[in-house]
Design a protein around this ligand. Sequence first.
Ligand code: HEM
Length: 589
Amino acid sequence: MEIPPILVEIAKRYVPETVQAQLLNAKVLFQTFIENNDEFIQKIASYIPEGKLNQFSLVAAFSSASVLLFIHFLKMRTEAKLAKCNIKTVQNSILYNWPVFGHSLGFETDPVDFFRQLNAAIEWMKASDPDALYAYAMFGPKPAIIPVRPEGAEPILNSQTHIRKGMFYRLFEDWLGTGLLTSHGSKWKTRRRLLTPAFHKTVLTEFVEVMNEKAAKMMVILDEKIKTEKKINMLWPITLCALDIIVETAMGAESDIQFEENNYYAQAIFDWMELTQIRHKSVWYWPDWIWALSPIGRQQNKNVDKMHHFTEKVIMERWEHYKELKEELGDDFEATYFAEKCDSRGRMAFLDTLLKCLDQNEIDLQGIREEVDTFMFEGHDTTAAAMTWAIQEIGQHPEVLKKLNEEVELVFGDSDRPATMEDIDKLIYLEAVTKETLRKFPSVPLFAREIDEDQEVIRNGKKFTIPKGAIYTIPCYKLHRDERHWKDPEKFDPNRWLDGGAAETRYAYSYFPFSAGPRNCIGQRVIYILTNFNDISKFANLTAKIMLSHLVRNFSWTSLRVTNEIPVIAEIITRPKDGIDVILERRNA
Ligand code: HEM
């Protein structure tokens, strides 16, 4: 679709440059929609009787105008209410507020630019009003409320009332159904209670063995790589290793995904992520029926079928094994199965805890699939992203790598034995490195809640009201870098987390990479229980620590790019655009 040159000329002369950019953005969005849905549009057109096009267009134009006017009226009413609630929006030059559609059309389509824009909007709001706790953006008549200071996150995260996830999470349901991440109300409460024992110490101790085994395999792969490649992009090997770990720990399925370049399950997961991110950014794909009819929606269905097929097969095989053993062992079953006979290698998996619930009619097979899929989704990419950023920061700070080398030498000496839980507890500096990495790069950059009741917040004598119906969107990445809470927030400084460091007395909501309150990450219990730490500030990511300790014991490396110059993509997960390149060398080669 071409815009008449006269309009282009008028726009160039009289419309400010920032608004011109937003107009171009809207044009790209519209064109992408037309291109991707050509078939669908043709189909709609085929229903219009021949010769009736003009009449049809008139009725359609009139009805559309009425609907748009109504939406615009609702939008204006909401914005007037927000002004009374002391919540403002950003200047149009940062993010344009369109009639009817609000800010939704003004968001950058490129994920790196989108994230920069969001962060710039938060900075602008803080600079323009030092007392501001929140900013809003409109998605048509629906407001998204964004805390711009950590103090604004506390009332919602801490609440037992606001536990419903934001509407964006619906886009994960084609794969995850309504499992722990996406469900709410009594279903969520029941599932959370059922799943908590899956993180019991006996289950988790088995994981250390799996993690060591998979990390050792990654060392073999890296050894092979450095023979032929000068610079190595670490994102891919780390992601595959994390996926290998979660396939075995969640499902108990023997997995060698790291060595199988074309593994169909891994491929389906990566394709699903990519297409979900496209859907996330494209409002027109949100209604399920448009998505289902669109070519990429159909492609996505195939990915979902593949992933469900894989999980269902594993669940059924393990369930049959469970039932057979139950019959064979009678009264001894419980003690034997959970102690040593879960599979031929005597290993427990999250799935085994769920099978017991199935046996006691507390969950059905579909419920089990939802939860296993949820662990797959939440468990691998989060860890892989954190690891990747840690490797980047370590490779850019030789003094950090030196301290890590000294620490692993002290704990492991020359031995290449697997890491035990006791070893992991002793790696205090490595723990500080993982915490600082998750401060600068929390794996989940944004998370959201749907507000079911008005929530009042009083701060420095000023009252803010987060209205019912708002999507409350928490920019974890930006709040972790708040200059009122962290000195030199852009600096990577693991010393903050050592004894006497600034993090010891920090405000709790200035750092929450695992979220906080009732809907926090159930995966963090892995660390919590195993290490017997009573203080939440002492957790570290077990998987990341085991994988990183293997890496530090075997290799040294230098990062080829400066961290703060790497473009960050923050859609579902915070990751470096194009991964990270390092020069990797065998230690003591
Ligand atoms: C570095 C590693 C990880 C980070 C940074 C992380 C972070 C988070 C965050 C921020 C949330 C809240 C998300 C939201 O409200 O939308 C969450 C939820 C969750 N995480 Fe993790 N996670 C990690 C690892 C894991 C692992 C290893 C598992 C499972 C094995 C896991 C399972 C879950 C589940 C099931 C939820 C939903 C909990 C609920 O709503 O009740 N996560 N995680």
